[in-house]
Design a protein. Structure first.
Length: 403
């Protein structure tokens, strides 16, 4: 089977996902087009050289609706003969776009793809598409649906993580993100976002709070206790599914959960012939991809079974992985991953994660693949695994290997 290589991986800075965020004036369409154009310009290939653009975004309604991928192709400098495919696997949409593109290349369906995703959470609010798992009682009641924050608190309760455990991870994420920015570790991958006049709008992740400490986080109120214990009483729903738990320990809040932000990311994937044709050197090969379904109530444990699956399918062990990117949707997600595999925390999210820099839903999967690649190169390591938990109970993973 043909190998699929990563030739480039870029992202925008992440802007605060609200009306006073620096990227609020930019549409998903224009942000996506800027990423696509940057990939073409940085790698100097003709606009018709890629087979397709596969683009993830989660809230596919309003300006993020329709086939945003095709619209972004038309808004970019790419050739109109490139079609465009929009996909949605919730938080793993950007990763799934990369995985699909890689597997298309491996199967011989075209020489190269652009893959990635976008989410403008300040312009198109999360949940505004009315997902059936949350709003259709015939499904929600049958599957014991609870909001993700409750699911994260179930993980903390089930696996014994305290508020201090979660807050400590959050503080470390902030410290690592600041150190990465101060050290210029993102400089190869970040493209500044520009306005219609070509003037820069944002060139750094603006959600970060590097001054965060345990005392500041300790003062925050648990975000999901009220909806769990009072109205509408989701804890009772969860305890019907998990009757061995006496109660749900609510430990998550805004400071140890991922931030609501705007952002986009793209990855250029191709076979060896594509690289030779355009004089490009591959940076890594996509060694393996995987996805899995999990319990929809606890919902966010997917990184563990999907990692077990991708390792078993490829006859690898956890010790074969040099670095890990585990999306920090909530602190307990990462804590559970490290607990399950007894992984050294120093190898996980080396440059911080979504707690510090934010989680632009449709883009994050592509972002963490790019971050993983950059860090493998910086630290001169070989093999990395990126994985995410996914709404409604799924997991996705990608293993990359430096060339």
């Amino acid at each position: 089977m043909t190998e699929a290589f990563i030739y480039d991986a870029i992202r925008t800075p992440r802007g605060k996902g609200r009306k006073d965020g620096s990227l609020h004036e930019v549409t998903s369409l224009r942000l996506s087009a800027q990423v696509m154009d940057a990939l073409r310009e940085r790698n100097n290939f003709d606009g018709h050289a890629v087979e397709d653009v596969i683009w993830g975004n989660v809230t596919q309604v309003g300006e993020q609706g329709g086939c945003l991928a095709r619209s972004a192709v038309l808004a970019s400098q790419l050739d109109e003969r490139i079609p465009g495919l929009s996909i949605n696997r919730f938080c793993a949409s950007g990763m799934e776009a990369v995985n699909l593109a890689a597997n298309q290349v491996k199967g011989g369906s075209g020489e190269a793809y652009i893959a990635g995703g976008v989410e403008m959470m300040g312009r198109v609010p999360m949940g505004s598409d009315g997902a059936a798992i949350a709003v259709d009682p015939t499904l929600a009641m049958e599957k014991y649906f609870v909001p993700q924050g409750i699911s994260a608190d179930i993980i903390a309760t089930e696996y014994g993580f305290s508020r201090d455990d979660a807050d400590s991870l959050a503080v470390e994420s902030q410290k690592r993100a600041k150190a990465a920015w101060d050290d210029g570790r993102f400089s190869r991958s970040i493209i500044p976002v520009k306005d219609v006049n070509g003037l820069p709008i944002l060139d750094h992740d603006e959600y970060m709070r590097p001054e965060t400490d345990m005392q500041a986080l300790g003062a925050l109120k648990a975000s999901f206790r009220e909806m769990g214990e009072v109205m509408p009483g989701f804890d009772k729903v969860a305890l019907m599914k998990y009757p061995h738990l006496e109660r749900i320990n609510h430990i998550h809040h805004a400071g140890n959960s991922s931030g609501i932000v705007d952002g986009a990311a793209g990855v250029l994937i191709g076979n060896a012939d594509f690289g030779k044709r355009w004089g490009l050197k591959p940076r890594a090969r996509i060694k393996a991809t995987s996805k899995i379904g999990t319990d929809p109530t606890i919902m966010l444990t997917g990184p563990v079974p999907v990692t077990e699956k991708i390792l078993a399918d490829n006859r690898m062990s956890i010790s074969d992985i040099d670095l890990f990117e585990v999306n920090e949707a909530f602190a307990a997600v990462v804590l559970r991953f490290m607990q399950a595999f007894d992984v050294d925390p120093a190898l996980v999210n080396v440059n911080g994660g979504s707690i510090a820099m934010g989680h632009p839903l449709g883009a994050t999967g592509a972002i963490i693949i790019g971050t993983l690649l950059d860090e493998l190169e910086r630290s001169d390591k070989e093999v990395g695994l990126a994985t995410l938990c996914i709404a409604s109970g799924m997991g996705a993973a990608t293993i990359i290997e430096r060339v």
